[in-house]
Design a protein around this ligand. Structure first.
Ligand code: ADP
Ligand code: MG
Length: 157
């Protein structure tokens, strides 16, 4: 398992980190778990990731719809927020199986609400708030793809 620890000082730093993460994927399909308390910066990181891939519109946590699709090139990105998932079986209703087609990028906030143990991520990000606007982001990778991704991300720092 490969680890990468980084701190950001403000929201735009975290967005920039998300864009770098997107660049490091080099167009590959993957699954990212985004963990941390409300307000930690999960959506901010996802927004940076999406903007990095050329998305120009708003990016909000899909708290009520649970998933928001972004038809980007070279791959579609699906941004999940499972905070309000009431039962893990609801994942099936969401069509989660279809998203796990190996051709998409999945960014999943609150994976502990139903995805953990069912879906194996390539990268897990744990975000913790520190003093002021500082955030500590701990990236851990599983498997070859995740490990390569973190190596690519390290090159930006
Ligand atoms: P989450 O999705 O984890 O609930 P959001 O990304 O929606 O969190 O919100 C993060 C909040 O924290 C935003 O209001 C943002 O402005 C603020 N913030 C302050 N410092 C940072 C930072 N370093 N990185 C990300 N967000 C930050
Ligand atoms: Mg969020």
């Amino acid at each position: 398992m490969s680890l990468f620890l980084v701190q950001t000082d403000n929201e735009s730093d975290t967005e920039a980190l998300g864009a770098r993460l997107a660049a490091a994927t080099r167009g590959q399909a993957l699954i990212v778990f985004l963990c941390g308390e409300l307000g930690a910066g999960k959506t901010t990181l996802a927004r940076g990731f999406l903007r990095g891939l050329g998305h120009t519109g708003p990016v909000k946590s899909p708290t009520f719809t649970l998933v928001e699709p972004y038809p980007l090139a070279p791959r579609p990105v699906f941004h999940f927020d499972l905070y309000r998932l009431s039962a893990a079986s609801e994942l099936e209703d969401l069509g989660m199986r279809d998203y796990l087609d190996g051709h998409s990028v999945l960014l999943i906030e609150w994976p502990e609400r139903g995805a953990q143990g069912r879906i194996v991520p390539d990268v897990e990000v744990h975000i913790q708030a520190r003093d002021g606007g500082r955030r500590e982001l701990r990236f851990s990778a599983r498997g070859r793809l995740g490990t390569e991704l973190l190596e690519g991300l390290r090159h930006f720092y």
